[in-house]
Design a protein around this ligand. Structure first.
Ligand SMILES: *Cc1c(COP(=O)(O)O)cnc(C)c1O
Length: 397
């Protein structure tokens, strides 16, 4: 353990199972540790560094804004906030934006908005239906909303008002909707829960059901949004228009930001009903604007789509070669492979030793979420390192 890791153990709460690498620098799809070792980064800071590390457009936007105005109260108008809100609305099916600082705050805010809608339009309805295996953040209410008992048990009793039903099952949603229901909240593709794809027509049917019953559909696009799946928002793949979406991770290439967006009819907050000191901060919004503008102007979603296909083709090839790979799944540059046994930890470590950062999704699955600006040579390099690591597993068995 090096000096930094010793100090961390002394001073930081042990909430993270950290990999013993101290990262000090990043450029594009690569990062370097304090020993000068270089890694190809297929984690992108947890689907965050959409334009890679230290993208020139983001650096320029942040540097300019830091020199101009770092912060001002939301009691005043600030320009980057308005510009980013406009760009998001112009490029989505939503009409109004609220900015905050993280994903959990975005989903929490979206649920507050849905409850407000329930109070005003649905006779006081407040319940939100969520699904098993979902992940919506770490605040108490979002832990309650997320369908993963391991995050919930340590904090019982949890805030009420959430009903958790089986994912990819229309009937259970239909049964759960009652007079108290104000919204259904789903990730278009469950990210943290396992890169779980929706069955054909699941999202479309849920969307129609919500419309019929007069309740709101909230899509948590914190992981799938901003080009990750090969379209700017994942809802576009499924031919639906949600009433509310949440964003965070990839929106500002690494500067902390969160947002929720709503259709006009669902945008029911009035002055004083919600707020944030830092939300919509000029520096964060300038980084968000630079990121989103670059993605749109340079068809980075197209790159995510094409590179996603290239990555999948490579992973499918590895699946043919190694029979213990049981599944390849995902959309665009959010992909996972699953194994017949719990080899993810060992594979992740071997990849690390060979210069590739990759995310252990589960004991038996790895997740790929490289920067959206990744190129073919870098995808091939990652596939090569993974192939080598997999061949090591094969010879052990
Ligand atoms: C990461 C994530 C969150 C939580 O975001 P934080 O910024 O960690 O609070 C919520 N929902 C989804 C779908 C996520 O992937």
């Amino acid at each position: 353990m090096n000096k930094w890791q010793q100090l961390e153990h002394k001073y930081y709460m042990p909430t993270f199972k950290r990999i013993p690498v101290t990262l000090i620098k990043g450029r594009g799809a690569r990062v370097w540790d304090d020993n000068g070792r270089e890694y190809l980064d297929f984690t992108a800071g947890g689907a965050v560094n959409s334009l890679g590390h230290c993208h020139p457009s983001v650096i320029e936007a942040v540097a300019q804004q830091v020199k101009t105005l770092i912060h001002a109260s939301n009691s005043y108008y600030t320009v980057p906030q308005i510009k980013l809100a406009e760009l998001l609305v112009q490029n989505s099916c939503l009409d109004k934006v609220f900015f905050c600082n993280s994903g959990a705050e975005a989903t929490e805010g979206a649920v507050k908005l849905a409850r407000r809608y329930g109070h005003l339009q649905l006779g006081g309805a407040y319940e939100v239906i969520t699904t098993t295996g979902s992940f919506h953040g770490r605040t108490l209410a979002m832990v309650s909303a997320s369908g993963q008992p391991k995050f919930q048990k340590p904090y019982i009793p949890l805030p009420s008002g959430f009903v958790n039903v089986e994912y990819n099952n229309i009937e259970v949603i239909e049964e759960a909707i009652n007079k108290k229901t104000c919204a259904v909240m789903l990730e278009p593709i469950q990210g943290e829960g396992g890169v779980n794809l929706p069955d054909d027509n699941y999202l479309k049917t849920v969307s129609e059901l919500c419309r019929q019953r007069g309740i709101l559909l909230i899509l948590d696009e914190i992981q799938t949004g901003i080009g990750r799946t090969g379209s700017l928002f994942a809802y576009e793949h499924y031919g639906i228009e949600p009433d509310i979406i949440t964003l965070a991770k990839g929106l500002a290439s690494g500067i902390p930001i969160g947002a929720f967006l709503a259709k006009e009819r669902a945008s029911v907050f009035t002055a004083g009903e919600h707020g944030s000191t830092f939300g919509g901060n000029p520096v964060a919004c300038a980084a968000g604007y630079a990121t989103l503008k670059f993605i749109i102007d340079n068809d980075i979603t197209g790159n995510a789509r094409v590179m996603g296909q290239h990555l999948v083709a490579g992973l499918e090839g590895l699946k043919q070669k190694y029979k213990f790979i049981t599944d390849v799944r995902g959309l665009g540059l959010l992909q996972a492979i699953e194994f017949s046994n719990n080899i993810a930890q060992s594979l992740m470590r071997t990849c690390l030793e060979n210069g590739l950062l990759i995310n252990k999704l589960k004991d038996n699955a790895l997740r790929f979420m490289p920067p959206l600006i990744i190129n073919k040579a870098e995808v091939n390099e990652a596939l090569g390192i993974l192939d080598k690591a997999l061949s090591g597993i094969k010879s052990q068995e």
